[in-house]
Design a binder for this molecule. Structure first.
Ligand code: AOF
Ligand code: ZN
Length: 373
């Protein structure tokens, strides 16, 4: 099953909005087939493993990180292939919350005389797909709020200088995270200040390290690039910015509140998609934006704010996970920005409550992962 997990990561980014899934077929203690779900719309992991068999699978066992599907979607049911190949026992990691599958896949296998062992390394398998689990049950993207701060909780000095707060290993891990999620979102403040590319810069040839340390993963080549989403109420983004210059190359969505038609037209000609989603306060409604992204099958969003956009996301209640990096520096200064600005909560009892799910050391930096309670 560990091998199946490693294979599953090979679909990082591309499998979305489907889950990442890996499968391994074992006969007499030997691996005779391996597969994974490479890209949404393509073969599921089980059928990919059957397509790579080195010998007949009759009587063999299968390890699969997610309950095999039993419905016709873009692909035919995996359960049929498992039965047809004469598999005797299936070890299943995660359960599939998709109502078309949930429990029915395992039941179908059992009805056909196959032994099914469920919840096998489930916790580890579940770590592959929190985005999918959230998206399939809510129709909304899984939102991750990311920031890098100093040991005294600042994301820039009082003059706005922020390069760099964390070291090389932490920044590599950020590029892995960018490649994992379907979209990356920033506010216009960040775009004007940093002129970022918001792409994933990873060498697929290298062992990925970071959150994949300890796994023998081959990343897709080229790695997946996230869709770039900019929250820009009045369309102030400069046409000569890195994001707009490369909007034909990487899908770029500009969410505005209200904007002049000629500005809109110009940015669309440059390759950006422009949508108007005004909230009651004249700003962009993040709630409407998440609805829009969900309807467009964009299943996860990595927010690399700005304290302003982070505060808006926290206030809108859309954040499912926090990814916090802490660098070994002190900036000080009451005017130096912090990860979540705005008005803030008045009472501890009203604040956003988190579960610490992981704590890693990356070089001299600390990386904390939290889930919303
Ligand atoms: C599996 N193995 O590798 C994956 C599964 O539209 P489709 O046909 O690709 O089906 C998508 C659904 O199938 C998805 O929502 C999830 O429930 C399941 N994904 N199942 O047996 C796989 N990727
Ligand atoms: Zn399937």
């Amino acid at each position: 099953m560990r091998r199946a997990i490693e294979l599953a990561w090979g679909g990082m980014g591309y499998a979305s909005p489907n889950p990442m899934v890996g499968a391994v077929i074992v006969k007499d203690g030997r691996i005779i087939g391996e597969g994974f779900h490479r890209r949404c719309g393509e073969l599921h992991a089980e059928r990919d493993a059957f397509a790579h068999l080195t010998e007949d699978a009759n009587g063999a066992e299968m390890y699969v990180t997610l309950e095999p599907c039993c419905h016709y979607g873009k692909q035919p049911p995996c359960t049929l292939a498992v039965v047809e190949h004469g598999i005797s026992r299936v070890y299943v990691g995660s359960r599939d919350p998709n109502p078309l599958v949930s429990g029915k896949g395992a039941a179908f296998l059992r009805e056909n005389g196959i032994e099914v062992v469920e919840d096998f390394l489930r916790e580890e398998c579940d770590k592959l797909n929190p985005e999918f689990f959230h998206f399939i049950s809510t129709g909304k993207p899984y939102v991750v709020m990311k920031y890098a701060m100093t040991a005294d909780g600042k994301i820039a000095t009082k003059t706005g200088d922020s390069k760099w707060i964390t070291g090389e290993a932490a920044r590599k891990n950020v590029h892995l995270e960018r490649s994992r999620y379907a979209a990356i979102l920033a506010g216009i403040g960040t775009v004007l200040a940093d002129d970022p590319m918001l792409n994933a810069r990873i060498d697929s040839e290298e062992k990925p390290g970071g959150f994949l340390e300890g796994y023998d993963v081959t990343l897709p080549d080229p790695v997946h690039q996230p869709i770039r989403v900019v929250v820009d109420a009045h369309l102030c983004i400069p046409p000569e910015s890195n994001l707009i210059r490369t909007a034909h190359e990487y899908r770029t969505i500009l969410a505005c509140a209200e904007a002049a038609e000629d500005k809109k037209q110009k940015l669309m000609e440059a390759g950006a998609e422009v949508i108007s989603l005004p909230g009651e306060d004249g700003e962009v409604s993040l709630t409407k934006l998440m609805d829009y992204l969900g309807e467009n099958k964009i299943a996860s969003v990595y927010i690399e704010g700005g304290g302003t956009i982070h505060e808006a996301a926290v206030r809108a209640g859309i954040v499912q996970k926090v990814s916090a990096y802490i660098g070994p520096k002190i900036f000080g200064g009451s005017d130096a920005k912090t990860p979540v600005e705005g008005g803030g909560f008045a009472k501890v009892s009203d604040s956003m409550q988190l579960h610490l799910t992981a704590l890693h050391q990356l070089g001299e930096d600390v990386w904390l992962e939290y889930e919303r309670k």
